[in-house]
Design a protein around this ligand. Structure first.
Ligand code: ATR
Length: 279
């Protein structure tokens, strides 16, 4: 019987997930189809009931549903509990199980470049939903975190959450500082990455060996990545995180190993097609 999966969000028309997952099913000859549905904030409960009634095997959720969906599920994995957010739901024996692959997806996307996490230093720009999942996963890997956010209280709250789970973290001002000279991984998670404008501060003086990641996927290189590259750092955009959160969702649903190479090709193909279309 053909299986059905989907991604729910608002906005959702630019989601690259259907192309990525469908390419994976095709590569392995799996009878499944991945759909995309726009679900407005007030209509999540009806949408979830609808997917269950229609026999969907699972789905992803993205902005703005990652936290609201938690109360609509029967159980959560430890990753979802820790993040307080769900990006992947599986229907198993009629039960709705919530999982979160964002943090582990991020970890997988940087592990080859970082060559080990233990006691290395990560600086996160931003303390919103995206930062939280990434921060908890990096802390679990043994990285020491420094979190900078425009609203300092939110950075401090995130530090407390990390410490509660046994991690090491401090909060700082959303500005350049001594941290620049001693950073192994800098992650830009604020929504500033979405705007094709200059970043509010320069990262001049950053450690040459640092890996700089901006988790956005709507452009190839944000201002901060351009600056980092000019300063001799290695850089990554958000495609790697998108790929691995998808691959981990696949493995949660279907078991086995996701065809990462084919999924990556499909993702990159769509990404460049869209850049080209934008002109
Ligand atoms: P997401 O789930 O994508 O992380 P979010 O939870 O709304 O979205 O968080 C957005 C992040 O971008 C926050 O860290 C936010 O900072 P505040 O907590 O101070 O709002 C950050 N952000 C958004 N616009 C910003 C700006 N103009 N300058 C600095 N930070 C900004």
């Amino acid at each position: 019987m053909e299986k059905h999966y989907a991604v729910l969000g608002d906005p959702i028309q630019h989601s690259l997930s259907p192309g990525m997952h469908n390419a994976g099913y095709k590569a392995l000859g799996i009878k499944a189809e991945y759909h995309r549905f726009r679900v407005k904030p007030g209509q999540l409960a009806q949408a979830v009931d609808g997917l269950c009634a229609l026999g969907f095997s699972g789905w992803n959720v993205t902005i703005p549903h990652k936290e609201p969906i938690v109360s609509l599920l029967d159980s959560l994995t430890s990753e979802a509990r820790r993040a307080g957010a769900v990006n992947t739901v599986k229907i198993h024996e009629g039960q709705r199980i919530g999982h979160n692959t964002d943090g582990a997806g991020f970890v997988r996307s940087v592990e080859a470049e970082l060559n080990g996490f233990q006691a290395k230093k990560a600086v996160l720009l931003g303390a919103g939903g995206a930062a939280k999942g990434i921060a908890l996963a990096l802390a679990e890997q043994g990285m020491e975190l420094h979190i900078l956010n425009r609203t300092p209280e939110k950075a401090k709250e995130l530090v407390q959450v990390i410490q509660r789970w046994g991690g090491t973290a401090t909060a700082g001002e959303f500005a350049p500082g001594a941290w620049l000279e001693d950073v192994d991984l800098l992650v830009q998670t604020t929504s500033l990455g979405l705007l094709n404008e200059s970043f509010p501060f320069s990262i001049q003086g950053i450690s040459k060996g640092a890996l700089v990641v901006d988790i956005i996927v709507n452009q190839r290189e944000t201002a901060i990545l351009r600056e980092a590259k000019g300063l001799g750092c290695r850089t990554q955009n958000g495609l790697g995180m998108l790929l691995y959160q998808g691959a981990l969702a696949w493995e949660f649903w279907l078991g086995g190993q996701a065809p990462v190479e084919e999924m990556s090709q499909a993702l990159k193909g769509q990404f460049f097609e869209r850049l080209f279309a934008k002109g």
